[in-house]
Every structure is written in structure tokens, then in C-alpha cells.
Write a protein that binds this ligand. Structure first.
Ligand code: PAJ
Length: 282
């Protein structure tokens, strides 16, 4: 496994692979890797001849009051995990390598970016789309892997690839959880012992909402009220949003008639956590 920091090195290595007709999978990450990331890596390794993992805490997707500086980083641990999961190449650029001083081009999307996390994090998806488009151009993968943990992000990346005719396939992978239900996240490391316990309210509300819908409830306000009541019973939890939207367009719906995404963002103390479920068998 190689670790490189420059775009030039990535291009040289991928060029050699393509000459040999080898397929390339890309797993974009911000590092501090856990089993959620590892599941994407495993999907890429089993579906491609070569796998590239990018590790880049992308400044462009963090708002002014967000956790860019405190975002956890541990390249030693990350490279060990990648090695164990048979990754071929880690791309770990510095911000200067990705955004030179003359940088003026952004990828901006309407509609899908406007609700859910787009309300509290208005510049976030512009940063995500721009960096992912750049990573696609740099690595030129045949396949790219994203987690359903960030379901809005996954829908947005699929839309970007469709709209801009990017020549690759985007694969969504299921949410990986801790044994007690908490969705794995690099940000879980911010939680105190007490907060870690309170954070279980997210997955409990997801399980509740999911079982209501699977048992035939189609009225979104009834599902959401039950979930919101449950989350509100946890003193350390403060709801940012709990919503049901169309899975493809990320627009709010009142009745479940098409595939939907039920998504939430909840503050546990100062830490903002997200979780969701999708329901497709309408
Ligand atoms: P990051 O938060 O590091 O996540 C990288 C990928 O891992 C994303 O596709 C995310 O959905 C997936 N992931 C995280 N936790 C997961 C879990 N518990 N189960 C399954 N998949 C999980 O998302 C980003 O980075 C960035 O926005 C990025 C796409 C790299 C652009 O900067």
C-alpha cells in the first residue's frame, strides 16, 4: 500500500493501472476511520482490482462555527486500517494541494441541498460536491462508495454524477452501528460517557419510526410526532430536525407513497449527530 500527498503521484499510479485495464474503486473519507469506512473499503476491494482511499478533512465543507480545527485526525491508525483491508493507495493531500491560491470554481446544487442538513449547514454541500468532483477528476475511478449514514450526501453525489455526466458508478452502503445501536461516526469521539449513553436516543427513535412505517403507518406527521416525543424525553438531546423527505429529491412529503428518507440531526450536548432510515417498499 502506498500513501501519497500529491495529485501528480495519484495520476501516475492510476495511469499505470488503467494501462493494464484494471478497474479502480474510490472511497472518499475525512479520516479517523472506523468500521463504517471499512465497510465501504471492503465493498470497493471486492468490486474492483484496485482501491484508493482519500483522507482529506475538507475545509470547504465546514462552516465558520463548525469543528474543522478539532476534527479528529490519526493517519497512523488510518493507514493501519487501510492496510488490513487491502487498500492499494491512500491519497492524503494538504489543503494547499487541493485548493491553490487561485481557486474560483465550485460545484453547487439546488433542491437536494436545501432541506435537512442544508438548513443548519448552508455551505456544506457546496464544499462536499466541489471536493468530491475534484477527487473524481483526480482519481478517475470506475466506482465510488458512500455510506447511507450520510443519506442526503449520497443522494446529492448520485445527482451530481447524473447531472454532470461523470463516467463512474456511485454505490451506497448500509449504516454500520455500534452493538448498542449508535451509528458509527468519527464525531462520536467528542461524547462524554454520559452523552454517549444519551446519544442512544437517536437510534431508538430511528427504530421506532421504522417500525411504525413498516407496520403500515403512512401519515408522516404521526411517525414524526412519535419520534420527536421520544427524543424530547432525553434531557441532553436538542433536535435540529427530524423529517421525512422523498428519497431522490430530498423534498418534504406528507404521506408515504414513494421511497422516503426519514432523517434526523440531534445535538447531544455540543455534538451534532445524524441518523436515518430509508423505506422503499411502498
Ligand atoms: P466521512 O464523514 O469521513 O465519511 C466518509 C464516508 O464514510 C461517507 O460516505 C460516509 O457516509 C461513510 N460513513 C461514515 N460513517 C458510516 C457508518 N456508520 N456506516 C456506513 N458508512 C459510514 O462524508 C465525508 O467524510 C465527507 O463529506 C466526504 C464525502 C469525504 C467529502 O469530504
Amino acid at each position: 500500500m502506498k500513501i501519497v500527498k500529491t495529485i501528480k503521484e495519484v495520476r501516475e499510479i492510476v495511469k499505470l493501472w488503467k494501462k493494464e485495464n484494471l478497474s479502480v474503486g474510490l472511497v472518499p473519507t475525512m479520516g479517523y476511520l472506523h468500521e463504517g469506512h471499512a465497510s465501504l473499503i471492503d465493498a470497493s476491494v471486492s468490486g474492483n482490482d484496485k482501491t484508493v482511499v482519500s483522507i482529506f478533512v475538507n475545509p470547504m465543507q465546514f462552516g465558520a462555527n463548525e469543528d474543522l480545527d478539532s476534527y479528529p485526525r490519526d493517519l497512523n491508525h488510518d493507514s493501519k486500517l487501510c492496510e488490513e483491508h487491502h487498500v492499494d493507495l491512500i491519497f492524503n493531500p494538504e489543503p494547499n494541494e487541493m485548493y491553490g491560491k487561485d481557486f474560483y470554481t465550485y460545484v453547487n446544487m439546488n433542491v437536494l441541498t436545501e432541506d435537512l442538513c442544508g438548513i443548519t449547514r448552508p455551505i456544506h454541500f457546496k464544499g462536499v460536491c466541489t471536493v468530491v468532483a475534484k477527487l473524481f477528476n483526480i482519481v478517475q475511478p470506475d466506482n465510488a462508495y458512500f455510506g447511507q449514514k450520510d443519506a442526503q450526501q449520497l443522494a446529492i453525489i448520485k445527482q451530481m454524477v447524473q447531472d454532470l455526466n461523470m463516467p463512474l458508478e456511485v454505490h451506497g452502503c448500509p449504516i454500520v452501528r455500534e452493538i448498542d445501536g449508535l451509528a458509527k461516526s468519527s464525531r462520536n469521539t467528542y461524547l462524554s460517557t454520559e452523552e454517549r449513553q444519551s446519544a442512544l436516543i437517536l437510534s431508538k427513535a430511528i427504530t421506532l419510526g421504522q417500525s411504525l412505517v413498516e407496520n403500515g403507518e403512512r401519515d408522516c406527521s404521526k411517525v414524526l410526532t412519535s419520534m420527536i416525543d421520544l427524543i424530547s424525553s432525553e434531557p441532553l438531546a436538542k433536535i435540529d430536525y427530524v423529517k421525512i423527505v422523498d428519497l431522490k429529491t430530498i423534498q418534504p412529503v406528507n404521506t408515504i407513497e414513494k421511497p422516503i428518507l426519514c432523517a434526523m440531526a440531534v445535538y447531544i450536548g455540543k455534538t451534532r449527530l445524524i441518523d436515518n432510515f430509508i423505506f422503499e417498499e411502498v
